[in-house]
Ligand binder design. Structure first.
Ligand SMILES: Nc1ncnc2c1ncn2[C@@H]1O[C@H](COP(=O)(O)OP(=O)(O)OP(=O)(O)O)[C@@H](O)[C@H]1O
Ligand SMILES: [Mg+2]
Length: 278
């Protein structure tokens, strides 16, 4: 793989010393009460802490450069800052310190991608396509392909039902199918594949590889190490907001698996390690 890498690698995302801090209001005494709110208004000058504002430092001094044609797995235990970092790369969250540079338009595909529950799958395909900047003609031309890829209609005519009637896996499949219909400069995927069944995961992994070949960059957040192994040649490991490791998938996953196995309770009901095997 390494020998096919072009000498002139084009950076698509550069994170330079990025810190991201959430501020949560109303965690002080008497939170939520009218008096507390009034006090906050009257004492604007006081420090955030005294005003009951809690700071959550979710991403700490993270730096990396992503290049065209790369698929990068983002791993780390729950609450380690993966979704936060992706949202910031997508331009949806401000950074506290540091800079994020992107070359091209990043698209975030998350479990909460903005599809409308009350509209049918059909309408959502059209809306989602328009939201990604596709023309009506383009969407029409790819409509069947999107529906077929999602497999939503495999078990009946579900595409004409409102999305709120879909199972969480079906919703995630449709979201991924819509997003994957377009070639993205930078595609950010947050756990979108996790709820799909194995056959859908295979199809999406194949699609991720294609997107990557079309010279885009793909970031993939998932707790499935097998998916990361199959799709990404590079991995970033975030832990408590700190970038612990950045390197070839195998090396990073080996260290990460050591780390997670270390604190895993060894119960008989523990699921088998996510090892690839057929
Ligand atoms: N809207 C928010 N307001 C305040 N704190 C938040 C908010 N969203 C996330 N956090 C905090 O930021 C930290 C990182 O959260 P994040 O969602 O980025 O983790 P994650 O790595 O995506 O976890 P998971 O694997 O569970 O999806 C956590 O401590 C979380 O509590
Ligand atoms: Mg997350």
């Amino acid at each position: 793989m390494a020998d096919s890498v072009n000498d002139e690698r084009i950076p698509t995302v550069i994170c330079d010393g990025v810190d991201i801090v959430y501020r949560v209001n109303g965690t002080g005494a008497g939170r939520g009460s009218a008096t507390a709110a009034l006090n906050r208004m009257l004492h604007r000058k006081q420090t955030e802490k005294a005003a009951g504002v809690r700071r959550v430092h979710a991403v700490k001094n993270v730096s990396f450069t992503a290049y065209k044609g790369e698929a990068i797995g983002l791993i780390g235990t729950n609450g380690s800052g993966k979704s936060t970092l992706l949202r910031a790369v997508a331009g949806l969250l401000p950074v506290e310190n540091g800079k994020i540079y992107t070359n091209g338009q990043p698209s975030l595909l998350g479990v909460n991608a903005a599809l409308m529950g009350d509209l049918t799958g059909e309408r959502n395909v059209i809306l989602g396509g328009l939201a990604m900047g596709m023309s009506r003609e383009e969407i029409k031309a790819r409509y069947q392909e999107i529906v077929d890829f999602s497999g939503i209609n495999e078990k009946g005519d579900f595409i004409t039902l409102p999305m709120r009637t879909y199972s969480s896996g079906m919703g995630a499949r449709l979201r991924f199918s819509i997003a994957a219909a377009k070639n993205h400069d930078v595609l950010l995927i947050d756990e979108a594949l996790a709820t799909g069944d194995r056959s859908f995961q295979r199809r999406s992994e194949k699609r991720i590889r294609e997107l990557r070949e079309q010279a885009g960059t793909v970031f993939l957040v998932t707790h499935s190490n097998a998916t990361i192994r199959d799709t990404c040649e590079r991995a970033l490991w975030l832990e408590r907001g700190v970038l612990r490791m950045d390197g070839p998938t195998e090396d990073v996953l080996a260290a990460y698996e050591d780390f997670t196995n270390g604190d895993k309770p060894k119960g008989p009901a523990a699921p088998a390690p996510a090892k690839q095997g057929k």
